[in-house]
Design a protein around this ligand. Structure first.
Ligand SMILES: N[C@@H](CCC(=O)N[C@@H](CS)C(=O)NCC(=O)O)C(=O)O
Length: 333
């Protein structure tokens, strides 16, 4: 990797680190809602919205998982970016998500046939002339108004769950049912802090104290999950919910990436019998495996964070088969 590229990408990663040396994420800023109400500003309409995602990104992948679980492929189209950050403009040093220039350049990724953008940054600039936030994925794009509707995955998945039911193949599937909302909210809170972001806090800490704190919290929470999964099939009971999708996207990246790249190496996922079987169980739900592209995941993390992995070497990994049998059927009600 050349030194200028390495410096800019390092600066991008370090911009999220606070004075104490801890990783602090910046909140998403485009937060409009799509509604099933036809009179709303962003009504749910088949063919109107488009998702821009990266297979590498856990937050974007959870949106794709909802799209597949709900059976919304015909109503909402999507485009996948290239896995490794590249320069997004000739005139400055920003590195971020880019599109390939042809369908054959990078397996799994596609050019932006919709807007002809070269980068995700360009989409943000097309949608707003004074945008000053991060150029992150996922991006939920409105083809009619040619703007970004929302760039916060936790909100996008809620919209996909309820607002598109008229055109969803699996309209009856409710991943945030009212009787479980309090429990889902509670699980989401500690899973988000200790696990989803916990791995990033371990990986991007630049001082020992914040790393120690994050890694302790992470493993306490994984141990807690392991105990929960000894008693029930899913994280909120014996029903699949949003909280499972949110947990899964981190677990599936754990052994191949986070254990090495983010120094989460006290224990591997496959050393936790229940967590490992649970991850296989979720992976085998129809639609989910198609949202996991391990090539893109590994290329992205190992190739886009020179502050963590300066030479971009991709470790060999276990190439675990998540289609292998699991024992979670024992909780069938
Ligand atoms: N809060 C956002 C976070 C999304 C996010 O952090 N995406 C990362 C990839 S995993 C990203 O696009 N980073 C590129 C950048 O910020 O420039 C969400 O959940 O939607």
């Amino acid at each position: 990797m050349d030194s200028l590229k390495s410096l800019s990408m390092t600066q991008a990663a370090l911009s999220w680190v606070s004075k104490t040396g801890a990783f602090v994420p910046t909140p998403s800023t485009i937060r409009n809602s799509i509604s099933k109400d036809p009179k709303s500003q962003f009504p749910a309409e088949s063919g109107r919205y488009h998702l821009y995602i990266s297979y590498a990104c856990p937050w974007a992948s959870r949106c794709l998982a909802f799209l597949k679980l709900k059976g919304l492929q015909k109503a909402i189209s999507y485009t996948v970016v290239k896995p490794i950050f590249e320069r997004t403009k000739e005139t400055d040093q920003h590195f971020g998500w880019v599109f390939p220039s042809s369908s054959t350049e990078e397996a799994g990724a596609e050019p932006d046939h919709l807007n002809g953008a070269k980068s995700v940054r360009e989409l943000y600039e097309l949608g707003s002339s004074n945008y000053s936030g991060r150029y992150s994925v996922p991006v939920l794009w409105d083809k009619k108004l040619k703007i970004i509707v929302n760039n916060e995955s936790s909100e996008i998945i809620r919209m996909l769950n309820t607002e598109f039911n008229e055109m969803a193949e699996n309209a009856d599937m409710d991943l945030y049912p009212s009787h479980l909302r309090a429990r889902i909210d509670d699980v989401n809170e500690w899973v988000f802090d200790a696990i989803n972001y916990g791995v990033y806090k371990c990986g991007f800490a630049i001082k020992q104290g914040p790393y120690d704190e994050a890694v302790t919290k992470l493993y306490n929470s994984l141990d807690k999950c392991e105990e929960i999964f000894a008693k029930q099939r899913y994280i909120c009971g014996n029903e699949l919910t949003e909280a499972d999708v949110r947990l899964f996207v981190t677990l599936i990246r754990f052994d191949e990436v986070y254990s090495v790249h983010f120094k989460c190496n006290k224990k591997l996922l496959r050393e936790y019998p229940n967590l490992f079987n649970y991850t296989k169980d979720i992976y085998q739900i129809p639609g989910i495996s198609s949202t996991v592209n391990m090539e893109h995941i590994k290329k992205h993390y190992y190739g886009s964070h020179p502050s963590v992995n300066p030479h971009g070497i991709i470790p060999i990994g276990s190439n675990t088969n998540y289609f292998a049998p699991h024992d979670r059927d024992r909780f069938n009600n």
